[in-house]
Design a protein around this ligand. Structure first.
Ligand SMILES: Cc1cc2nc3c(=O)[nH]c(=O)nc-3n(C[C@H](O)[C@H](O)[C@H](O)COP(=O)(O)OP(=O)(O)OC[C@H]3O[C@@H](n4cnc5c(N)ncnc54)[C@H](O)[C@@H]3O)c2cc1C
Length: 380
């Protein structure tokens, strides 16, 4: 068995790390403080070739799910806020187009993302969180158009998105069979951004309400077959779970690196923290958890690359383990910093806040466990 990256992957990882050290990491605390989305830096990421990393070559892409996972980890290690904007734009929000769009959709939207367009995935509603089949946004056919009405909440990139993939039902009584997928461009009449959430972490990335009010879109904006939207949404979420695992891994790695460095600088009782056994055990546990999370995450990426789609059980295992491991690692890192860890003078405070959402979005830990158990037991 070979657990290593190919030479190409290693070179790509070095290139992304250098980019992040130069352009992202030095500004991460500032963006966290100002809640500012660094659009210029995002464009630089695109210009550096980071936004094409898993799209088909025929549309200008390169790389695969492993390179996308490497980039998602490294960008999130430098700034998890920018990380979510990136992995939603390339992953979650684009899977419906890449997997189910026609040539027209792919030829139009993929090159735009490679060039730095931001994308959102608008599924969640007030009454449809974990239970997405309960969504209430409606669509009706009107000649060559569909008309959408409803409100989505908690949408990452909602304020910045140049276009969104979204889901609506023809008839709620049809349950999940009534749901179809659509793409809607920014600026479409009847489509607007509502309330912006004030949140605990990921400050540079917006989370917004999106409102469809008699929003007319060409009928060609439906993605895939009518009535298959629920399946399209779940496939996209399965695929993107690996990138959220990578985000959690990146945050955990950053917290661990900071903690290791601090144990060698800080002295108490005339000795470095690194020489205290209680601290050593924390470092050992953190390193072990990160290793295990990394193995599960890259197994998920490798399987997705090999099979052409994310295996639900392995993707859910990677997400639930990496996000909860990141929770434990960030908690220990903050503990190692003592009182200083609780201040904004050190980045561990930000890592601790940014990590928390990885256990909630794109399926809570409870939903991941449900997915894993259903795959094992064959239950519904
Ligand atoms: C910062 C942020 C960004 C987000 N970005 C996006 C986005 O880009 N696009 C999008 O569509 N959505 C997005 N979301 C929404 C997110 O995916 C949902 O919040 C999440 O899926 C949980 O839904 P909920 O909040 O309604 O919780 P609920 O579904 O109400 O769950 C509440 C609690 O009950 C538990 N629970 C629910 N059902 C079960 C069950 N059957 N068995 C066991 N436990 C259960 C949950 O695990 C949770 O602990 C985002 C949310 C946040 C906070």
């Amino acid at each position: 068995m070979d657990f290593g990256f190919s030479e190409e992957d290693k070179m790509f990882q070095t290139m992304v790390r250098d980019f992040c050290a130069r352009e992202i990491e030095p500004n991460a605390a500032k963006w966290d403080e100002s809640n500012e989305f660094p659009r210029e830096t995002y464009k630089k990421m695109a210009d550096a070739g980071l936004c094409g990393v898993h799209f088909p070559e025929q549309y200008g892409g390169s790389g695969d799910e492993v390179t996308f996972t490497i980039a998602s980890e490294e960008i999130s290690r430098a700034s998890a806020g920018l990380g979510v904007a990136y992995l939603v734009s390339l992953g979650l929000a684009m899977y419906p187009i890449v997997m189910h769009g026609d040539e027209g959709h792919k030829g139009n939207y993929i090159p735009r993302v490679i060039d730095g367009s931001i994308v959102a995935f608008a599924l969640t509603e007030a009454m449809a969180g974990s239970d997405v089949a309960g969504l209430e946004t409606r669509y009706v056919r009107d000649g060559d158009h569909y008309v959408l009405n409803g409100t989505k909440i908690f949408i990452s990139n909602g304020a910045e998105a140049d276009f969104v993939t979204t889901f609506a039902t023809k008839d709620r009584s049809m349950g999940y069979r009534g749901i179809s997928a659509f793409v809607v461009d920014k600026g479409t009449k009847g489509f607007s951004v509502g309330k912006l959430e004030k949140k605990m972490g990921l400050h540079p990335a917006s989370v917004a309400e999106l409102i469809f009010d008699d929003c007319r879109i060409p009928a060609t904006n439906m993605l895939g077959e009518e009535g298959k939207g629920f399946k399209i949404a779940l496939q996209g979420i399965d695929a993107s779970r690996v990138s959220i695992a990578a985000q959690a891994l990146g945050i955990a790695q950053a917290a661990y690196d900071a903690a290791v460095a601090y144990t060698k600088e800080r002295k108490q009782f005339d000795t470095e923290l690194a020489r205290l056994q209680a601290i050593q055990w924390m470092i050992a546990d953190m390193a072990t958890e990160i290793d295990a999370a990394r193995l599960l995450t890259y197994r998920g990426a490798w399987l997705t690359k090999k099979e052409g789609h994310a295996p639900p059980k392995e993707a859910a295992m990677a997400k639930v383990f990496a996000s909860e491991a990141a929770h434990r690692v960030c908690n220990k890192a903050l503990q190692i910093f003592g009182g200083y860890g609780y201040t904004k003078d050190f980045a561990v405070e930000r890592y601790y806040r940014d990590q928390r959402i990885t256990e909630i979005y794109e399926g809570t830990s409870e939903m991941q466990r449900w997915t894993i158990a259903r795959q094992i037991l064959g239950t519904k």
